[in-house]
Design a protein around this ligand. Sequence first.
Ligand code: PBG
Length: 331
Amino acid sequence: MTGYGDFPGARPRRLRTSPAMRRLVAETRLNPAELILPMFVREGISEPVAVSSMPGVFQHTRDTLRKAALEAAEAGVGGIMLFGVPAVKDALGTQGTEPDGVLQVAIRDVVSEVGDAVVVMSDLCLDEFTDHGHCGVLDAQGRVDNDATLERYAEMAQVQADAGVHVVGPSGMMDGQVGIVRDALDAVGFEDVSILAYTAKYASAFYGPFREAVDSSLTGDRKTYQQDPANFRESLRELALDLAEGADMVMVKPALPYLDVLRKVADTVDVPVAAYQVSGEFAMVEAAAANGWIDRDRTIMETLTCVRRAGANMILTYWATEVAQRLGREG
Ligand code: PBG
């Protein structure tokens, strides 16, 4: 270097010089209020059961569910998404619509424990309740019957709303599911119960550990109803339909491998957008960290920051409580 003219005119590094400066200029911040904790509750157990592929995640008893929900609320988590694992499964997923089914009981428990502080959501899908593991009921040929399933979803929406849930999350990817759920809720006076639509839900291998978490009995796959990972435009079609049918919020799932879809959805809609950091995304980080191959805490924060940066207003993550506590400590 000779004269001053040879020095760079612009030095982006100046804004990276100290932690305080980096904090000041950060474009994306995480906030506990935008984190949603998915939780599992299993009927008929007296001790929580660890999900081996998801370190730190449990199938809860009624009692430990309440405690963990309270811990999440105290950490400032914004929402809880409940999944129920019934003691008995059958072809129709009967326990999904029993007023005293495991999920309805869990909704009542969690709403009474933390319902003033946290938005309580429930998975509205049959796969946890069916003995064949599909998200709907089957026709005589063994195919998932879209319209017969919609009738079951309508009933599920009503019993979940009856139990006091604030938001239902139809996740089965049946055509018309948002519309039928909206109609079913409105028909019995639950016009204030919101719908978080699983809008772009892909047939993903990243759901692997979740199948253990809900004791899924699925043998095949869900490719006739969930989307092909190869497709992008298809998500925009699903998005338009869900909005037209009355979705209050929309979701992209999984999160990290689908940030392009998330960005596009976030740029397109004027409703809140959620992203679901699914079980396989969680398990990969935990497994690599357990091997000492990556820095666990940094990786967690980076994944969540990137999902936010790509346009998610809310993130469902199994790390919600832990991250909310960390954000609270860091101020
Ligand atoms: C369906 C549902 C699934 C997940 C959430 N809701 C499983 C599936 O679609 O196969 C997966 C969530 C995760 O992997 O963390 N009820």
